[in-house]
Ligand binder design. Structure first.
Ligand code: ADP
Ligand code: K
Ligand code: ZN
Length: 433
């Protein structure tokens, strides 16, 4: 039933006891790092400051800014001799975010990944193709180690080159895949171009999709295109990478592994805890990391804890689908808008194709939101009135959702730019006044 029967179904109070024990040792090892060591000493804090899990609220938050300012070694509590790997984000703006791991950390992460995959129904009988960049990016090696731990036949395919991806699937009878959702839309186009139907011409049945925000509608479309079940996978480099929270086969939210991560949801403005299941910023503390523990890390990701228990029997709480980061939000004409609100509307309209792009632009001194929307293949038959009707329909639907009237531009299938990595949903071209 489970990868780790006991740990995954621990009674809540036993889980809390385990968290408490691990929180104390996490604080102890964090204090070996220059950053936490100095900060906590200054504030008079130590492992003895917490007498229960909820006492974590006495400790200060850690931010991406803190990580950047103490780049590269300020959060490190162990000598280099003990370390066996580092991963980092691209760092296009300022210092990259780098996380160091010792042997224990890599082992623990591989186990969490295997647990996550098992939870989504992947088994050692599967042939698993990891369509994802290897190297410093965590999705490559993170999945690789998990898939091997689970015992699948792994195909470390890497990213890109769709015809080769399809060939691999056909040569080796791939049954399970990990990829980012926006790429799966592109890959489908290549299947069609080659005269293939993934539902008939492959053995695919399980997809693991994540690393970027996507809506329920997007998931359903991917499931239909490929004839598979697709499960949501969430993680971030600061918390190892993938394997933080994962959907089980019930597909009703992502179990977050609470023996390894202490979960808080806070109001990002007041920084007060949110306890009633409302949406707020996810704050995480590592509970099983030795080289570089992070305490109360502000992920900037927005989500909520789902009420109730899951039919699968796992006791670890479930996060709602992550709607994006607080910094994904943009403001047009005084309205706060998240790209996923727009995607949510678009994906429900059958005529809409795979991709869209939001451009914010100053036109005649006004902020405008232009949304380019790909239509489905073969939908446009030369009848201009169809374009007009769909444009009006989308304009109204989006205005109702976000309270700003967009400028809708219908474009041909596959005509919007496709970035190499994660999808770019918003282009900011407004002139600052
Ligand atoms: P980068 O900061 O370069 O994107 P990461 O790979 O660490 O580096 O990205 C982690 C972020 O990706 C998360 O904080 C979250 O915003 C987003 N993310 C990851 N998985 C999901 C998911 N399943 N749903 C929505 N967003 C996700
Ligand atoms: K196997
Ligand atoms: Zn479940």
């Amino acid at each position: 039933m489970y990868w780790e029967n006991e740990l995954e179904t621990l009674k809540r109070n036993d889980l809390e006891k385990l968290q408490f024990k691990r929180l104390k040792s996490t604080i102890q090892s964090a204090m070996n790092s220059p950053y936490y060591g100095n900060l906590y000493k200054q504030m008079g804090l130590s492992a003895d400051s917490v007498r229960s899990v909820s006492d974590i609220q006495k400790l200060p938050f850690t931010t991406k800014q803190n990580l950047r300012e103490n780049f590269p070694y300020g959060f490190l509590g162990l000598p280099t001799k003990e370390l066996i790997r580092l991963h980092s984000t691209s760092g296009t703006t300022g210092n990259p975010t780098v996380i160091f791991h010792n042997r224990h950390d890599i082992d623990s992460w591989a186990n969490l990944m295997a647990r996550s995959l098992f939870c989504a129904g992947v088994r050692d009988t599967d042939v698993f193709q990891n369509i994802c960049g290897y190297g410093l990016f965590t999705g490559g090696l993170g999945f690789q180690y998990g898939v091997e731990r689970l015992g699948c036949l792994s195909i470390p395919a890497g990213a890109g080159n769709s015809p080769r991806q399809i060939k691999l699937m056909q040569d080796y009878g791939t049954t399970a895949i990990h990829a980012i959702p926006s790429y799966l839309n592109r890959l489908y186009e290549v299947f069609l171009e080659e005269g293939l139907d993934p539902r008939k011409d492959t053995k695919l049945h399980t997809f693991v999709i994540g690393a970027e925000p996507h809506t329920e509608g997007q998931r359903r479309r991917i499931e239909e295109m490929y004839g598979v079940k697709a499960y949501n996978s969430f993680g971030l480099t600061e918390m190892n990478g993938p394997g933080v929270a994962f959907e089980c086969t019930c597909q009703n939210g992502l179990h977050i592994w609470e023996d390894a991560y202490l979960v808080e949801i806070i109001n990002p403005e007041t920084l007060e805890p949110i306890t009633d299941g409302e949406v707020g910023e996810l704050v995480l503390t590592t509970l099983d990391r030795q080289a570089m523990p992070l305490i109360r890390y502000r992920t900037r990701d927005l989500t909520r804890i789902l009420p109730g228990t899951c039919a699968c029997g796992r006791t670890h709480v479930r996060l709602d689908r992550i709607t994006g980061r607080s910094d994904d939000m943009f403001i047009v004409k005084g309205c706060n808008i998240f790209p996923m609100q727009i995607e949510g509307v678009l994906m429900k309209v059958p005529e809409v194709g795979a991709d869209y792009l939001i451009t914010l632009k100053t036109i005649d001194g006004n902020d405008e939101m232009i949304i380019e929307v790909e239509v489905k293949k073969d939908w446009f038959n030369g009848d201009i009135s169809r374009l007009d009707k769909l444009t009006k329909q989308l304009t109204a639907l989006i205005r109702d959702e976000v309270l700003v009237k967009p400028i809708i531009r219908l474009v041909e299938p596959n005509s919007l730019p496709k970035p190499e990595g994660k999808a770019v949903r918003v282009k900011e071209l407004r002139i600052a006044l």
